[in-house]
Design a protein around this ligand. Structure first.
Ligand code: ADP
Length: 497
């Protein structure tokens, strides 16, 4: 009887493998970083072969570490950095160039041109996305236009496109399966999230031959088997989802109105909107959360550009402390922010302000302000920004929330989470297993192969580490939010343009 679910968590800076038992406990974890390639200012690439090699290595090591074999693994679930684009030769399996990473801005001008040509609404209606170089479409077009002979080969059916999940599936199955799941397809800007197919008009707009596109499969379901040579015997590949969607699943946000926030370098908020897509009027992105059986769940997604990165700035830029965790004790050394607000608009502001010309600001300084007040103001800014995105989501989805699920590195900070609960007036739930992305992928796989009877069955195994209950007078909350919004107002439109 197989005891483990294997999650392959292919991130932007490292490939990781976690073996979970069927109760969601971590039994083995191995990670390996791989090189980031920066050929030019604003360009980011990965060597897709290194991605595959490191991913395979950590998977083999994770088994070895606990003396497990393939027979102990019920299924493989894959979760991955999204949008990153790989094109490879169908016959040799070799990439035709480095993968273009989601962060890469090389096609920004191309995207501006599309917006000028009036494609914003069409793209949003079809894909749920804002036209942006993050998404795969213009990256794929760039590869076809710039790699020698690529377009001709693609038209002859000799090249394949895939996001990282698809590339891993192809390699795991020894080239037998060329497939991606709906949640990853939804990030390409080529997939129609209403009709659930590659959109022929968009393929034409970006000049992409349809024959290079992968088959789109559900997020939970056996799509193929790993080659025998890799792990000693075959293992079903049964779950796939992009990292943020996998985290939403890992947090058991199964129902309309359920939401999670990840406090990492940036912040990623996703809210399940049920079986119909909600198209935002405020610049949030509509995406597919997952497809299980023939049921599709949609989500709204909003991001905060600078979240934990502001704590890194305090540590590395201002050198106020040595470890991010020190921020908690410093902030706790003062009873409140002392009237100080910090707007971390280092790279402009995203939803709901959408001002690329905003810049960071610290307001409310007095002769009595200390470094502790500043640290506290930075932690509070993470919660305020989350509040602003979540308010729009609640309005647009029209769902009443009962709690917010949280994960990511900065959720180690109790002061931050208590303040978040206070500012939202909602309980904040921190799970024991903060590896929610990997857990989500494992659970999608486990569901497909019958390790769990249902999603409710998965939720039964979920353990909470701590619940933060709101404990702030409404008046105080309103006054703090008012201070924050006034501070944001001062930071807008700072850069002259
Ligand atoms: P990512 O996956 O984006 O690299 P992580 O989820 O690992 O990020 O979280 C790291 C971020 O969290 C860093 O920006 C760091 O400054 C912040 N962070 C880590 N620990 C704490 C803490 N105790 N308090 C506040 N911020 C923290």
């Amino acid at each position: 009887m197989a005891r483990y679910l294997m999650a392959l968590d292919q991130g932007t800076t490292s490939s990781r493998c976690i073996l979970f038992d069927l109760s969601g406990n971590i039994c083995s974890m191995v990670a390996k970083e791989f090189p980031q390639i920066f050929p030019k200012e604003g360009w980011v690439e990965h060597d897709a072969c290194q991605i595959w090699e490191t991913q395979l290595e950590v998977a083999q090591k994770a088994l070895e570490k606990i003396g497990a074999t393939a027979a102990d693994v019920a299924a493989i679930g894959i979760t991955n950095q999204r949008e990153t684009t790989v094109v490879w030769d169908k016959a040799t399996g070799k990439p035709i160039a480095n993968a273009i990473v989601w962060q890469c801005r090389r096609t920004a001008e191309e995207c501006d041109k599309l917006k000028e040509r009036g494609y914003t609404d069409v793209v949003r209606q079809k894909t749920g996305l804002l036209i942006d170089s993050y998404f795969s479409a213009t990256k794929l077009q760039w590869l076809l236009d710039h790699v020698d002979g690529a377009r001709q080969k693609a038209e002859r059916g000799e090249l394949l496109f895939g996001t990282i999940d698809c590339w891993l599936i192809w390699n795991l199955t020894g080239g037998k399966v060329h497939a991606t799941d709906v949640s990853n397809a939804a990030r390409t800007m080529l997939y129609n999230i209403n009709t659930l197919e590659w959109d022929s008009e968009l393929l034409e707009l970006f000049d992409i031959p349809a024959c290079m596109m992968p088959e789109v499969v559900p997020s939970s379901g056996v799509l193929g088997y790993s080659e025998k040579a890799l792990f000693g015997s075959t293992i079903p590949i049964a779950g796939v989802a992009g990292d943020q969607q996998a985290a939403l699943f890992g947090q058991c946000c199964y129902h309309k109105g359920d939401a999670k926030n990840t406090y990492g370098t940036g912040g990623f908020l996703l809210m399940n909107t049920g079986e119909t897509p909600v198209f935002s009027e405020n610049g949030l992105v509509t995406t597919i959360a997952w497809k299980i059986g023939d049921k599709v769940n949609y989500a709204l997604e909003g991001s905060v550009f600078v979240c934990g990165a502001a704590v890194q700035w305090l540590r590395d830029g201002l050198q106020l402390f040595a470890n991010a965790a020190d921020s908690e004790a410093m902030a706790a050394a003062v009873p409140d922010n002392g009237g100080v607000y910090m707007v971390p608009a280092f790279v402009g502001l995203g939803a709901p302000y959408w001002d690329p010309y905003a810049r960071g600001a610290i307001l409310g300084l007095t002769r009595g302000t200390t470094r502790n007040h500043l640290v506290r103001a930075v932690l509070e800014s993470m919660a305020f920004q989350t509040h602003d995105v979540l308010s729009i989501m609640q309005k647009e989805v029209g769902a009443d929330m009962t709690a917010l699920q949280v994960d990511g590195g900065a959720t180690a900070n109790n002061l931050l989470l208590q303040f978040q609960a206070d500012i939202l007036g909602l309980p904040i739930l921190r799970p024991s297993c903060i590896e929610t992305t990997a857990l989500g992928a494992a659970n999608l796989a486990g569901l497909a192969v019958g390790c769990f009877a249902s999603m409710e069955d998965i939720a039964k195994h979920r353990h909470m580490d701590r619940t933060f209950t709101p404990d702030m007078a409404e008046e105080t909350r309103a006054s703090k939010l008012n201070g924050w919004h006034r501070a944001v107002g001062r930071s807008l439109d700072w850069i002259e343009h």
